[in-house]
Design a protein around this ligand. Structure first.
Ligand SMILES: [Zn+2]
Length: 400
């Protein structure tokens, strides 16, 4: 059995460009995509090959000054927009009858842009030939210097022009010795390892509530208008930035604590859609958005360090006894008890423990007899509290 495995890690990085790209390029591209969307929709075309063979030459003749690969990527982009439109439509999640691109977004392939991260420059094809732009960058971007460049998107926003680039890197994943079970909650993340339990406090709920109150105040004070929209967007952005900052710090901690075991276990949520268990209002679980976001950060940061990440079935992770497997009964606030073996534990601790056990089983590691701490007062098995509580502190630039 080989002890190493290669895996590709993909990440999208955003750069701001220090210049302007002529608006006519964005307008031209958008009208091409919208023409293609109308055509694809009227004929029900989701295949890139078919769309390209039926429309490419016509559009090339209509826009002779436009480098040909723009038409090519417009066909690609149209297919992906149209496919997701159809999917949403089937689920009844979209009201409009036909798809329409409203934003200024251009998909670029390797013919349309050349990235030079040694000098932080990008050359982009436009209606007026190839133009050179400086990439505004931070410490976060340094790591991509030895990554492979994939496709990119040029985006025009009110505050400037951005380039989103997909980078990829091959990493070596080492055979894990054990797993750290990770239970993600709204206000904390609880980790279970062979050495005990660690709880990292995030206070995400307080932050969300704070911004919710702020938005409510704005909505009450300003009923309509541009100012209202701007303020709401500003605070929405701030909230996302703050949470992102916390997530990155949190994940750095999780990865650091997992390195010696070589494995991380998370719950697989791909089959759980809007499940009751993940509704924040009902039981303090994370929002689905936060959940997926956090998981994706854990996944790539761990893999970059050669750590294996596995996803386990989330069924019953917080309701079965980790010692004997029986169903647990409530025993006070967020505490569960096993009537068979007498085990007592905190909900989050039990969650992370069961996640770890499932990963070990999945991996074919024989589960060693657990030795949970004895509760000194009752002399019974107990995991009521995490042995160590940590806190993530915020800063201005937690990306890393
Ligand atoms: Zn039990």
């Amino acid at each position: 059995m080989s002890s190493k495995r290669l895996e590709t890690v993909k990440l999208t990085a955003r750069f701001r460009l220090d210049g302007e790209v002529d608006e006519s390029l964005f307008e031209t591209y958008r009208s091409i995509v919208n023409e293609l969307l109308g055509y694809a929709h009227s004929k029900g075309i989701t295949s890139f090959k078919r769309l390209k063979s039926e429309k490419y030459h016509e559009l090339r003749q209509k826009y002779p000054k436009l480098p040909s690969h723009f038409v090519y990527t417009a066909c690609q982009m149209t297919c992906s927009i149209y496919k997701s439109f159809r999917k949403l439509k089937r689920k009844g999640k979209v009201k409009k009858d036909k798809p329409l691109l409203k934003k200024y977004v251009i998909m670029l392939d390797d013919h349309l842009f050349k990235l030079d991260l040694e000098n932080w420059i990008v050359r982009i094809s436009t209606l007026n030939g190839r133009l050179k732009f400086k990439l505004l960058h931070g410490k976060y971007h340094e790591k991509f210097k030895d990554w492979k460049v994939g496709q990119a998107w040029l985006v025009k926003r009110t505050d400037g022009i951005y380039l989103n680039v997909v980078f990829s890197k091959e990493v070596e994943i080492i055979e894990p010795r054990d797993f750290v079970g990770v239970d993600l909650n709204e206000n904390n993340v609880t980790l279970s390892s062979p050495d005990g339990f660690v709880q990292i406090v995030t206070h995400e709920r307080e932050i969300r509530t704070g911004y919710f109150v702020k938005r409510r105040k704005i909505q009450k004070k300003l009923k309509t208008g541009r100012r209202r929209k701007e303020l709401l967007e500003k605070y929405g952005r701030r909230e996302r930035n703050r949470l992102n900052d916390i997530y990155h710090k949190l994940v750095n901690k999780i990865v650091e604590l997992s390195e010696k075991y070589g494995g991380i276990a998370l719950e697989d949520l791909s089959n759980i859609r809007d499940s009751v268990r993940y509704s924040a209002e009902l039981n303090g679980r994370l929002h689905r958005w936060s959940f997926l976001k956090l998981q994706s950060i854990i996944e790539y940061k761990a893999r970059l360090k050669g750590i294996e990440v596995v996803f386990v079935n989330p069924n019953h992770t917080s309701s079965l006894c980790p010692i004997c497997g029986r169903r647990l009964s409530p025993n006070g606030h967020r505490v569960l008890k096993c009537k068979k073996c007498g085990f007592k534990g905190d909900l989050d601790v039990i969650g992370s423990w069961n996640i770890r056990l499932k990963a070990l089983k999945m991996w074919g590691v024989s589960v060693p007899p657990e030795s949970p701490s004895m509760n000194p007062e009752t002399g019974k098995l107990s995991a009521t509290f995490a042995s160590k509580v940590m806190k993530v502190t915020e800063s201005q630039n937690g990306m890393g």
